[in-house]
Design a protein. Structure first.
Lengths: 137, 443
């Protein structure tokens, strides 16, 4: 390989390494921003639901996705209008707003549940699931 | 010493390559025994293949400029995949998957470097891929004869009954057959004795027939794309080319006609009792979007040749997810964790589009790397085939066509960078072998 070609290869490799190095902070920044946005959506929907044991609690899911359990709340005749899903540690990892039929608004960290900083009392979730007649997990 | 090692590698490589392709098919098999043996064996054979390929390349002449560029493109993709562990939603998965992609692309590039300018070795390597695909297809028939229920996926309210042979689902092995189809067509062309040509024809019919029976529309159309590329490149006269392309068109029309896509079973499901509090029984999370009124009976699903799979809606959903982390994505190998199937008319754990899958995993940066590598490899393969004549030209055309079929299939299946998939190794190795027709400069 000539010296000219070798120099070009080294330059190209250096450029590629620089691009890769620059992508690390970009990727981490994107991740942080995404997690913050999803957490904001989760908090908004949690606030819309109010207390987990509110009288509007109407349905449940157990063991869906990667093994999380959900509580669903009624709004204006829609039994499934609001939904909150928790993992076994009590972290809120997914919330769905179905008040606009056919176009659900979803906030979710199901790909990375450990990123959720919103926790509830998991024992309370289990009690509410039992009250709704859900099978034991 | 180096020459001895290289000669030994040359002797074992065709068999090892065929075995590796077969092991990957076993690793994704519906037959428990095959899967049990194939899962560990496929990684061991891939590592052995890479080691033997490097041994072959060490004794070879310096690679051509095209091959060097392709290797740089492959290395960039692998490095990006590895670095993505720094921001991945699952760093362990990202590192592991990047490692396996690196081993595969190393094997492919080293094989091409070692086989450069050696038409007989290239012929044996491509024939090995074809032979493995034929063995997989024949094994499917054996499974059909012995355990009919395993070889045919039962009808559901999503799909009608479909043939899957020894694969986990009807699309699994059909992907491999689609990539092997131009290799079978090449063998039909090359064989000179009547019996050899008949055997090649039988192999071609077995592969095409298995694709038709699987009802895999992506594999059917991508196989046609691969054959068109092969015909266009292999034939030097316009007349031969026209005859070949007309033949491909006729074959595609007949195949589409035969592949009557069985309709899903009508679920006949009435609305579930309104008193149930289990929301999953009324509005399953994985079939919510597009379902319509949950209190009404579930709508029927009708699949057509182009459409009806629900992919368009799922792709929009995947694009929305990708837009949340657009530049660098969620991390290599996390496609199935990140993509959530919430779509009534769609049934898969991935968006079933390799390019969208890479966009999810590695963002725009990764998609740019993949497209540059794939199109660069294809363009270089086409140019390499055009620069050759006779049998080497046809072999390069078959290899480039296998890559073209694989890239077309990637539009409807998520597999191109998932090394564990049945077809992935065959696509990349064929693509790199397309560049090997010409020898590098002497050192």
């Amino acid at each position: 390989m000539s010296r000219h070609v070798t120099r070009r290869v080294v330059l190209a490799a250096a450029l590629a390494l620089a691009v890769l190095a620059a992508l690390v902070p970009v990727g981490r920044w994107e991740r942080g921003r995404h997690v913050r946005e999803e957490l904001r959506g989760l908090r908004e929907l949690q606030a819309l639901v109010g207390p987990l044991g509110s009288p509007s609690l109407s349905a449940y899911r157990v063991g869906v996705g990667f093994g999380f359990d959900c509580l669903l709340y009624r709004r204006e005749g829609n039994r499934f209008a609001l939904e909150l899903c928790f993992d076994r540690q009590g972290r809120l990892i997914e919330a769905i707003d179905r008040r606009r039929r056919g176009d659900p608004r979803i906030a979710s960290l199901r790909e990375e549940p450990s990123a959720s900083t919103i926790r509830v009392d998991r024992a309370l979730v289990d009690r509410l699931l039992r009250r709704l007649g859900a099978p034991a997990p | 010493m180096r020459e001895q090692l290289s000669a030994r590698a040359e002797r074992i490589l065709p068999g090892l390559l065929g075995f590796t392709v077969f092991a990957f098919a076993c690793g994704s098999s519906v037959v428990d025994l095959f899967e049990l043996v194939g899962r560990p064996l496929r990684w061991a054979s891939l590592v052995a293949l890479a080691a033997a390929s490097v041994a072959l390349a060490v004794g070879a002449r310096p690679p051509t400029r095209r091959l060097r560029l392709a290797a740089i493109g492959a290395a960039s993709l692998v490095c990006l995949a590895a670095v993505s562990a720094a921001w991945s939603v699952d760093p362990r998965v990202s590192s592991g998957r990047a490692g396996s992609l690196g081993v595969l692309l190393l094997a492919a590039a080293a094989l091409a470097a070692g086989a450069a300018g050696r038409p007989e070795l290239i012929r044996r390597l491509l024939t090995a891929i074809l032979a493995a695909a034929v063995v997989v297809a024949a094994a499917g028939l054996v499974v059909l004869a012995l355990v009919h229920g395993s070889a045919v996926q039962a009808a559901s309210d999503q799909y009608g009954a479909r043939y899957r042979g020894m694969g986990q689902n009807p699309n699994t092995v059909a992907a491999l057959f689609c990539v092997a189809l131009p290799l079978a067509a090449w063998q039909v062309w090359e064989r000179r004795t009547r019996w050899a040509r008949l055997a090649a024809l039988a192999a071609f019919a077995l592969l095409e027939g298995s694709i038709v029976a699987s009802g895999s529309r992506g594999a059917l159309l991508s196989g046609a794309v691969a054959l068109v590329v092969f015909g266009s490149l292999a034939a030097r006269s316009a007349r031969t080319r026209g005859t070949l392309l007309a033949g491909v068109a006729a074959l595609t029309v007949v195949s589409v006609g035969l592949a009557q896509i069985p309709n899903a079973e009508q679920s006949g499901r009435t609305a579930p009792p309104p008193q149930t509090r289990n929301a999953e029984r009324i509005l399953p999370l994985d079939r919510e979007i597009g379902r319509g009124d949950p209190s009404a009976p579930a709508p029927g699903i009708k699949r057509r040749l182009l459409g009806g799979s629900g992919r368009a809606v799922a792709w929009r959903g995947a694009l929305d997810r990708a837009a949340e982390r657009p530049l660098a994505g969620y991390g290599f190998g996390t496609e199935e964790q990140v993509f959530v199937d919430r779509y009534y008319y769609f049934a898969a754990g991935a968006p079933e589009n390799s390019y969208l899958g890479v966009l999810l995993q590695l963002g725009v940066a990764g998609l740019a790397c993949l497209v540059a590598l794939a199109l660069g490899l294809l363009a270089a393969g086409v140019a390499a085939a055009r620069g050759l004549a006779g049998a080497p030209r046809r072999a390069a055309a078959a290899a480039a066509a296998a890559l073209a079929g694989g890239l077309a299939l990637a539009l409807t299946q998520s597999y191109l960078v998932s090394v564990g998939n049945v077809a992935t190794a065959s696509v990349w190795i064929s693509g790199f072998l397309a560049l090997a027709g010409r020898a590098g400069r002497t050192a």
